[in-house]
Design a protein around this ligand. Structure first.
Ligand code: ADP
Length: 340
């Protein structure tokens, strides 16, 4: 307390909350967990408006107006799960949520606590949860949560059971001021019993971005998070048309590769203006196929079926997931399964 007061007064002449938060993050980083104070809010997440709206109404507003929630007898959400293919912005969204709320963001993955030594994984998880409690109010993000919540599989294993119980009882304590966000690419591995236990307030799909989201993601990575000067002929809509079922991470990659193309030309003296042109994007798109691309249609269907298992409301799924599906087509996909 003394140190942070000194720092704040020395730098700003007053006690500033953001200095306290930042100092706290620095101290907690020493625990080996990644603790940060996100710079960006939802403006860094392109598209996924439905998801952002939902998080605003069901999480952000609760943190910002606890008195209203309390007066209405509503509980602040304490646990979320985001699921979907890799690179679709699950981590980014959780981080942006922390950015919106100006809360510290603690990130860890199952791999960070997994250990072959007896008792060590529990110790690590206990410590991580303690760090979160100490950093509260904060957002704690855990990747690969399926490894902990798997049906059958390794959770049959003694250690995994104990880890799961540890997390469950921690999540069960509603007095904590920590929002826990778990992410997984393998929602099919989540234990249904665990989902029914109601420890998580929302289980939300984050699928491949729809056309509008792709345009927004390209914009985020050329104008917001990264500034990439584009020539007048660059048409983000056209790029979006050619990148169906690409993830946000892959769209970001395309922007970077196009900028590298431009750099080659500029350095070789073939271009004088320091801009990225449509031809650079074309060159990249012609040669780029995301890994496992041919399986994505099928995977999308699987994700949507799961989404239906987790939520009864298909409009909700369509609104939140970000996918490029009209409701009719989604109905067909889902009904196809029933006929089988
Ligand atoms: P996931 O956690 O779903 O595997 P990440 O959040 O780690 O994916 O995404 C990796 C990177 O891809 C992000 O850091 C960001 O740069 C980019 N990205 C993914 N989705 C988006 C998006 N909707 N808007 C902007 N950038 C995105």
């Amino acid at each position: 307390t003394e140190s942070v007061l000194m720092i704040s007064f020395y730098k700003h002449g007053e006690l500033r909350p953001e200095v306290v938060t930042q100092y706290k993050a620095e101290v907690l980083s020493k625990s080996g967990l990644q603790v940060s104070q996100p710079r960006w809010g939802f403006e860094a997440v392109g598209g996924y408006q439905g998801l952002k709206d939902l998080l605003t109404q069901n999480v952000i507003n609760f943190f910002r107006h606890p008195d209203v929630a309390k007066a209405l007898g509503l509980r602040t959400p304490r646990g979320l799960i985001l699921y979907g293919p890799p690179g679709t912005g699950k981590t980014l969204t959780a981080e942006a949520l922390a950015g919106e709320l100006k809360l510290p963001f603690i990130k860890f993955s199952f791999a960070d606590i997994a250990s072959k030594w007896y008792g060590e994984a529990e110790q690590k998880l206990t410590r991580a949860l303690k760090v979160a409690d100490a950093a509260a109010p904060c957002i704690m993000f855990m990747d690969e949560i399926d490894q902990l919540l798997t049906r059958g599989g390794i959770s049959e294993h003694e250690t995994s059971r104990r880890l799961l119980n540890l997390l469950m009882s921690w999540l069960g304590d509603r007095d904590r001021n920590v929002l826990f966000v778990g992410a997984t690419n393998r929602p099919q591995d989540l234990d249904p019993a665990f989902i029914r236990a109601g420890r998580f307030d929302m289980i939300l799909p984050v699928l491949w971005p729809d056309r509008d989201a792709r345009i927004e993601i390209l914009r985020v990575h050329t104008e917001v998070v990264r500034k990439v000067p584009l020539a007048d002929d660059v048409d983000l809509e056209k790029i979006a048309d050619r990148t169906e079922l690409f993830s946000g991470a892959e769209l970001e990659e395309i922007v970077i590769m196009a900028a590298r193309e431009a750099m080659k030309k500029i350095v070789a003296g073939e271009r004088t203006e320091k801009v990225v042109t449509m031809a650079d994007f074309e060159a990249v798109l012609e040669n780029y196929t995301p890994p496992g691309f041919s399986q994505r249609e099928n995977q999308l269907q699987e994700y949507l079926e799961l989404a239906r298992e987790f939520s009864c409301d298909r409009r909700f799924i369509a609104a939140v997931a970000g996918v490029d599906l009209e409701l009719d087509r989604m109905d067909l996909l889902l009904r196809g399964r029933d006929h089988e």
